[in-house]
Design a binder for this molecule. Structure first.
Ligand code: SAH
Length: 247
């Protein structure tokens, strides 16, 4: 049945103006928390600019942080703390990284819409989701099977069809899908893994916490230029869980 145009317009405005209820209201509560978190991240960006070289998030990265529901990536009993700017336990002695660090690492690899990105250390899947908002395709590797499987489920439930999760040792990278425009390492190796450098495309960016297993590590940003030359700089002192091998 065709409704007169004026009536159709009125119906549409009624639908749009309807108050949020149930799940939508909960969603909205977290949206406000996400905006507060974003403001805290921007403060941290300004405070560390002298060392990181970036005083603010680019609009695309800020938008991704404002969109990804971090509460879905933490254990249900921690959902209400999901928007604190701090790491949280996700089981198996692992953590979901601090939101500021996720935002900073994402920012520093300059994610572009056509990029193919590799992440080492899927953990909760949150960093992968943030990347998935920004690039064409994300490949992510997790060594603890139950974590990787859980992350894959959450990512699928949220509709991230451009993320592929693999269980394995990320030190070795993902040779079949290489080269990558960017690589984000979220567990700390003692040295920059050579297989990952090899799997970086010319013009590619690799960010990783490098250093001793239980001390302070240096977040390092490595660039490979068009001729394949490597330049590395230290960005910030950080503390990540160690990159483990052969589990
Ligand atoms: N990026 C994650 C945080 C990860 S914590 C997030 O957004 O939630 C680091 C993760 O790296 C842990 O889950 C740990 O199990 C994993 N990990 C450690 N060594 C690894 C390796 N060699 N290969 C792949 N994953 C590894």
């Amino acid at each position: 049945m065709e409704l007169p145009l004026r009536l159709r317009r009125r119906l549409l405005s009624l639908i749009v103006a309807a108050p949020l209820g149930g799940a939508a209201a909960a969603e909205d509560r977290y949206a406000a928390a996400r905006q507060r978190l974003l403001a805290e991240i921007e403060r941290d960006m300004r405070a560390t600019a002298g060392s990181t070289g970036r005083a603010a998030l680019s609009p695309r990265v800020a938008q991704a942080i404002a969109k990804v529901p971090r509460e879905r990536f933490v254990p249900p009993e921690l959902a209400d703390r999901a928007y604190e700017n701090r790491p949280l336990p996700i089981g198996h002695e692992q953590t979901i990284s601090q939101p500021f660090i996720v935002a900073l690492m994402t920012e520093l690899v300059d994610p572009a819409p056509t990029d193919r990105v590799l992440e080492i250390g899927t953990g909760s899947g949150y960093q992968a989701a943030v990347l998935a908002e920004l690039v064409a395709r994300v490949y992510t590797i997790e060594i603890v099977r139950p974590l990787g499987e859980r992350a894959a489920e959450v990512l699928k439930a949220l509709g991230y069809a451009n993320v592929e999760v693999r269980i394995g040792d990320g030190y070795l990278g993902w040779p079949e899908a290489a080269p990558f425009d960017a690589i984000v390492v979220t567990a700390a190796p003692e040295q920059m893994p050579q297989p990952l450098i090899d799997q970086l495309a010319p013009g590619g960016r690799l960010i990783a916490p490098i250093g001793s297993r239980y001390g302070i590590q240096q977040l390092q940003l490595l660039r490979k230029d068009a001729q394949g030359r490597i330049v590395t700089r230290s960005v910030l002192e950080v503390r990540f869980v160690p990159l483990t091998r052969g589990r």
